[in-house]
Design a protein around this ligand. Structure first.
Ligand code: AMP
Ligand code: FE
Ligand code: FE
Ligand code: ZN
Length: 281
């Protein structure tokens, strides 16, 4: 038997992916995966549908990707197998989602005022779950303003610091790590070296996160170059952190495919052993 194929970071229509959770687990199995994690932004709302549709031979890691910040720099924290009802972390996720609505409305109204043809009504229709900039970007594509979702992420439009960008509420990343752990979950720093999308934090922040209970670093990610991956592997070894690899699949909102990057079985087993919130299905 060959080694299991494990992809620990994907998005569905519960946030800013374009694949419904039920179809995502089917596509994951069709792509030859043995384990997939569903990690929608700031929400667990896709968990039930994915679990109900889980095909034979595929295991599901229920997770989320949490919007965080450190010293004014945005970053993402993957949280796996936490108890979704634990009240402190649940309240934090709710705050994050509520803030996303107001900021998306502001971005949409500014784009409408600028005569782009984008409307808040249309952005809301495009967002089935957690609303995010990719939904605003889809509206810009529909309006013929940009050619692809990716092209909206520039200083001209809604890229970080862009003309129409509005920031959202984010959790202090050290507090977020503590919250995930307190909810029985396992915290992994998502794409720590994805510096093409905006500023990234230094190793000092990773050290603080590790001291707060961070379990791992997502090393193999499409937005990381070879030097970034090598550095993260060294840092993980030094701090005793596990390393993961994942696709960060977003359906048609990005070009990356399910299983494009994978996690070693030993790292996956360590995550399972550390978790006490909910089981792997
Ligand atoms: P938000 O969480 O609403 O601020 O939006 C951030 C999301 O936009 C990320 O999770 C990605 O899904 C997406 N995103 C960021 N940069 C890009 C890009 N250059 N191309 C396509 N999608 C992007
Ligand atoms: Fe996303
Ligand atoms: Fe992310
Ligand atoms: Zn992601």
């Amino acid at each position: 038997m060959s080694a299991p194929r494990i992809d620990l970071h994907t998005h569905s229509t519960a946030s800013d992916g374009t694949t419904p959770p039920a179809r995502l687990v089917q596509e994951a199995r069709d792509a030859g995966l043995d384990v997939v994690a569903l990690t929608d932004h700031d929400t667990t709302s896709g968990w039930g549908e994915a679990a109900d549709a889980l095909p034979q031979g595929l295991r599901l890691v229920r997770g989320a990707e949490v919007s965080c910040a450190s010293g004014g720099i945005s970053l993402h924290l993957l949280a796996y197998l936490f108890d979704p009802l634990e009240p402190v972390f649940a309240a934090a996720r709710l705050r994050l989602r509520e803030s996303r609505v107001g900021r998306a409305e502001l971005m949409a109204k500014r784009l409408e005022d600028a005569g782009t043809g984008v409307t808040w009504q249309r952005v809301q229709e495009l967002a089935g779950g957690t609303v995010g900039r990719p939904h605003v970007a889809q509206a810009l594509v529909e309006a013929g303003v940009v050619g692809t979702v990716g092209e909206a992420f520039t200083s001209e439009w809604i890229g970080n610091g862009g003309r129409f960008h509005v920031s959202k509420v984010e959790l202090d990343v050290v507090e977020a790590v503590e919250m995930v752990v307190a909810a029985g979950g396992v915290a992994v720093f998502a794409h720590p070296a994805a510096n093409k999308r905006g500023r990234t934090v230094g190793d000092d922040v990773v050290r603080e996160m590790a001291a707060a209970g961070l379990a791992g670093l997502e090393v193999d990610h499409v937005d990381h170059d070879d030097a970034g991956r090598a550095h993260l592997r060294e840092l993980a070894a030094e701090l005793g952190l596990l390393t993961t690899g994942s696709s960060d699949f977003h359906g048609e909102n990005k070009t990356v495919q399910l299983g494009a990057e994978t996690t070693a079985p030993e790292a996956f087993e360590r995550i399972v052993a550390l978790a006490s919130g909910v089981p792997v299905l």
